[in-house]
Design a protein around this ligand. Structure first.
Ligand code: IPM
Ligand code: MN
Length: 361
C-alpha cells in the first residue's frame, strides 16, 4: 500500500503563508509522482489571530499536533506584537512540548549562489549544525527582583542534565556516522565537532565534553571527535568552513552560529531547518523570519520553505523524493534565478514555486 502521512501546515505570519503555499505546491507535485499521500491540516495560528482573539493557541492544539506525522511551519513574528510573545507562546512552546530536542541546520552553499566569503564555493561551504533545542538558557530557570529600580537584579541560568546532553550527542554521532563527509565521499573521516566554551563555562561544557568523549569512545569508534570553542568556531566558519563536517552544540550557541552559517550559504532565502523529535513529531521551517515588509507582494524567496519541505520528506523516510527536490533547487540556483534576495530573483515567489514543482513533476 502506498505510504500516507498526516502533515500539519502552519503558515504563520507575514510572508509565511506565501512561502508555505509554494512548499505545499512542490510537495503535492512530488507526492503524486512518488506515489505517497500527504493528508494536510491547515492551522491559522500566528500574530493576526492573536491580535483578533487575544489567544495564541488553545491547549488542545499541541495534542492535535501529537497525532500528526510532521509539521511544516512558515514563519512566526508580527510587527504589532511585542517580541517574545509569539516566539514563546507558539514556536518555543511547540519545540518544548513536542520535545523536539534537536534543531538540524545544514549550512550548504548551492551552486550559483553568492556567498559573502571570499574564494569559497559549494565544495567549501557544506556542513551541518546540530543544535540542542529544548534546554540550556532557553529553558533554564530565571527571574527578576526590584524590577525597574536602580537595584534591579536578574538571573537566567544555563541548565543541562546529562540525559539532555547525551541524547543530543547520540543523535549527532548517528548523523555523523550516516551522513558525514567520508560517507559521502568528500573527506578522510566522518568527524563530529563539539562547539562549546570549556575555558569559561566550566560546569556546563565540562559535562558536554565528558559526555562527548565517553559516548563517542564507547559507541561510535568510526566517528572522529574534535572540540572547538564557540568564538573560534565563528572565526573558522568565515575563514575555513571546509574544515567542518558535522557540528553539535548547545541551544544558545547553536542559535547564534546558525545565523552566521545561514548568511555564508546565501542568506535567509535558502536556509532551512528541522526541529526534530527522533521518537515523535518533528517540525520543519525556513529559518528566516516573517519579513513583514514583503508580505503579499509575491517577491519573497520560497526556496528555504521548499527545502524545509524536502527535509520533512527525508525525515518521513521519502529520501528519493527529498533528493529530487534538492536537485531541482540546485538547478534553479545554478541556472535560473538571478539572486536569492526578495525582489531580486528575476521571478516572483509563485513563479519560483512553479519552476520547482514542474521540475519534480
Ligand atoms: C531560531 C529563532 C528562534 C530561536 C526565535 C524566533 C525564538 O531565532 O529559530 O533560530 O531563538 O530559536
Ligand atoms: Mn535564531
Amino acid at each position: 500500500m502506498a505510504n500516507s502521512y498526516n502533515v500539519a501546515i502552519l503558515p504563520g505570519d507575514g510572508t509565511g503563508p506565501e512561502v508555505t503555499a509554494e512548499a505545499v505546491k512542490v510537495l503535492d507535485a512530488i507526492s503524486a509522482k512518488h506515489g505517497f499521500t500527504l493528508n494536510k491540516t491547515d492551522y491559522d495560528f500566528g500574530g493576526e489571530r492573536y491580535m483578533k482573539t487575544g489567544e495564541i493557541c488553545p491547549d488542545s492544539f499541541v495534542d492535535e499536533l501529537r497525532k500528526q506525522d510532521a509539521i511544516l511551519l512558515g514563519a512566526i513574528g508580527h510587527p504589532e506584537v511585542k517580541p517574545g510573545i509569539l516566539e514563546k507562546g507558539l514556536l518555543l512552546k511547540l519545540r518544548f512540548e513536542l520535545d523536539q530536542y534537536i534543531n538540524l541546520r545544514p549550512v550548504k552553499l548551492y551552486p550559483g549562489v553568492e556567498t559573502p566569503l571570499k574564494d569559497k564555493g559549494p565544495s567549501e561551504i557544506d556542513y551541518v549544525v546540530i543544535r540542542e533545542n529544548t534546554g540550556g538558557i532557553y529553558t533554564g530557570t530565571g527571574g527578576v527582583s526590584m524590577y525597574g529600580t536602580a537595584n534591579e537584579t536578574v538571573v537566567q541560568s544555563m541548565v543541562y542534565s546529562r540525559f539532555q546532553v547525551e541524547r543530543c550527542l547520540r543523535y549527532a554521532f548517528d548523523y555523523a556516522e550516516k551522513y558525514g563527509k567520508k560517507s559521502s565521499g568528500k573527506g578522510d573521516a566522518n568527524t563530529l565537532g563539539l562547539v562549546g566554551k570549556t575555558n569559561v563555562l566550566t560546569y556546563v561544557f565540562d559535562l558536554w565534553e565528558r559526555a562527548f568523549h565517553e559516548v563517542g569512545a564507547a559507541e561510535y569508534k568510526d566517528v572522529a571527535r574534535d572540540y572547538y570553542h564557540v568564538d573560534a568556531t565563528c572565526m573558522w566558519m568565515v575563514k575555513s568552513p571546509e574544515w567542518f563536517d558535522v557540528l553539535v552544540t548547545s541551544n544558545m550557541f547553536g542559535d547564534i552560529i546558525t545565523d552566521l552559517g545561514a548568511i555564508t550559504q546565501g542568506g535567509m532565502g535558502i536556509a532551512a531547518g528541522g526541529n526534530i523529535n527522533p521518537e515523535g513529531v518533528s517540525m520543519f521551517e525556513p529559518i528566516g523570519g516573517s519579513a513583514p515588509k514583503y508580505t503579499g507582494k509575491n517577491v519573497i524567496n520560497p526556496l528555504a520553505a521548499i527545502c524545509a519541505g524536502a527535509m520533512m520528506l527525508q525525515t518521513l523516510g521519502e529520501d528519493a523524493a527529498a533528493k529530487e527536490i534538492e536537485d531541482a533547487v540546485k538547478d534553479i540556483t545554478a541556472n535560473k534565478i538571478d539572486g536569492l534576495a526578495a525582489g531580486k530573483m528575476g521571478y516572483s515567489t509563485s513563479e519560483v514555486g512553479d519552476m520547482v514543482a514542474k521540475a519534480v513533476s
